[in-house]
Write a protein that binds this ligand. Structure first.
Ligand code: CA
Length: 314
């Protein structure tokens, strides 16, 4: 089984992505970055999700950076409780788990684990890229030891989900995204445009999931209750979007990604209107060497089958 570290801002779809990672990979650890909701709540949500999955080995949870790289002092970034519900779990409240987060900092865990297992540990990034960028800054030699970095983030010439120009993860910490994109690590990026087009579980899909009648399917419906309302109102989508889960599913089975191309990708950090926008240089106007494999097409049915497979056995 391939080994991974998953970096998450656990709320909503992050939970299902973690379940998916625990199903298809040996998860060395879960690292938490500031993003979706209150940081401590994200940590609790990650711990709870692991308890739901109940893997037959211990999966440690590490706290990383609570705020974006350039945040000053106590400055807060934009959290999105309106999307994921008060606790980030579809307005459901879950009791605290017995397992507590580890004492070690997330980036030290990432560095040590990657260095101790060169070429073995892929990274699954489903949050603002603060932790990954800081780990690379602290020890740039990890880059050659990371076989692949899968990123949910950005857009390929499409409408953003937090501003018109930007996708949430890149918008929250554009400097981090820029550091990571230029790090030299092999990267696959699955953008919000792909998620919107291919990852939506519509009402009939949700019924199919409910009919599984497992603890996994019950958890799925609980955490997604708030997202259903939001996706309908804001994105005009009748269903649940799965950006993070799609990313993990593709990492587990690349045949789910039926189209992709290498492009030069860079992140706007200064834009007056476009901070966090990611330039995907499809026509290679910049003349720069492509640095990111960008997902351009997904086999939706295969993705859905992978999701059902995960929820069926929990
Ligand atoms: Ca996330």
């Amino acid at each position: 089984m391939k080994r991974v570290i998953i970096d998450t801002d656990t709320a909503g779809d992050d939970t299902i992505a973690i379940l998916t990672a625990l199903h298809y990979f040996k998860v060395e650890g879960v690292t938490v970055a500031g993003g979706n909701v209150d940081f401590e709540q994200e940590v609790e949500n990650a711990l709870y999700t692991i308890q739901v999955a109940n893997p037959d080995y211990y999966v440690p949870v590490y706290k990383g950076y609570e705020r974006p790289i350039m945040a000053v002092g106590e400055e807060k970034h934009v959290t999105i409780e309106d999307i994921h519900g008060k606790y980030g779990m579809g307005d459901s409240y879950f009791e605290k788990t017995e397992q507590r987060p580890e004492k070690e900092h997330a980036i030290d865990f990432i560095i040590e684990t990657v260095k101790a297992n060169p070429g073995e540990i892929s990274l699954l990034a489903i949050a603002p890229l603060t932790n990954i960028a800081m780990a690379i800054k602290k020890d740039p030699t990890i880059v050659k030891d990371i076989p692949h970095l899968y990123i949910m983030g950005g857009l390929n010439h499409s409408l953003g989900n937090i501003t018109a120009a930007a996708e949430y993860n890149f918008y929250i910490d554009p400097e981090a995204a820029r550091i990571v994109m230029h790090s030299g690590t092999p990267i696959t990026m699955v953008g919000w445009d792909m998620c919107k087009k291919y990852s939506v579980m519509k009402e009939e899909d949700q019924k199919e999931i409910e009919l599984l009648g497992t603890a996994g399917s019950e958890f799925y419906m609980d955490v997604n209750r708030a997202v259903i309302r939001y996706d309908k109102k804001i994105h005009k989508l009748a269903g649940i979007t799965h950006p993070d889960t799609l990313l993990v599913a593709i990492a587990a089975d690349e045949s789910i990604m039926t189209g992709s191309n290498m492009y030069y990708v860079d992140i706007e950090i200064h834009g007056e209107l476009t901070r966090g926008y990611d330039l995907v240089d499809v026509s290679n106007f910049t003349g720069k060497t492509p640095n990111v494999r960008v997902c351009e097409e997904v086999d939706r049915e295969k993705f859905k089958a992978s999701l059902l497979e995960v929820l069926k056995v929990i």
